[in-house]
Ligand binder design. Sequence first.
Ligand code: ATP
Length: 285
Amino acid sequence: MSVDQKREPVITARNVSIEYEVEPVVKAVRDVSLTLYRGEILGLCGESGCGKTTLAYGLNRLLRPPALMTGGEIVFHDKSGTDIDVRALDDQQMRAFRWDKVSMVFQGAMNSLNPVIKIRAQLFDVFTTHRPEMGNEEKEKRSRELLGLVGVDPDRIDSYAHELSGGMRQRVMIAMALALEPQLMIMDEPTTALDVVVQREIIREIMRLREIFGFAVVFITHDLPMLLEISDHVAVMLDGEIVERGTSEEIYTNAQHEYTRRLLSSFPSLTGERGGFVRGEEEVA
Ligand SMILES: Nc1ncnc2c1ncn2[C@@H]1O[C@H](COP(=O)(O)OP(=O)(O)OP(=O)(O)O)[C@@H](O)[C@H]1O
């Protein structure tokens, strides 16, 4: 990824506020502004309930009532050069935008695969919806390629989802999220439900795929050491606000906000004697 590419923004959020219209109202995201650059990994961290998921869903306009975006602007800077006002898209435009430009993998994504339908049909479905001109032969080729890319034996295309392990199903979901070569992937605890070894393997695959395809990533996890390791920039949320943002290294070595320092100190592996700054290709690869 060249430096120039990194300086080109892919999405900008300005003064975004999101509330849950319940009694009393929950101000889950307050006046958040952020810019994500092409190919960049932005890690979002902060304690449970600080608004990470709400913000991530807001970026992809996946919020459902009682959630309501009460203010702000989200602009997607398409690689064609067109700026897209995400909040102004109608339902049909939104369906085309999702998966195509921005895709999302969340913790329970693997459970959204239909257990009694073959993987082939579920992958084909993405192409049928978004690339109606694509013939079956090409769909088969692309689907097999995608499975290979995420480390699933392409012959598994003939399996039913219920025949696959959780890790494999989550990989299939990542394959689906990659299918249309989106410019941004939002990953909300994509590996949390899996065991640690499988988590590591999948994260490594995501990093490798990012190198190949150059998509940007918003990555959410409670695993702060891992987040620091994989992210270019880290944004720290507290009570719906971004209170600090910096490169992973800045956050790790020179956190300015008291809350960030507390968050870091809650991970002994980051502060203990054996802790060290672990980010680096050799660690990820
Ligand atoms: N459907 C809902 N109705 C009312 N309040 C909600 C709803 N969903 C989330 N909230 C509240 O909004 C705030 C932000 O929640 P959100 O899930 O975005 O936080 P989070 O940082 O992603 O948490 P976690 O790390 O636990 O996933 C919390 O106070 C939460 O209780």
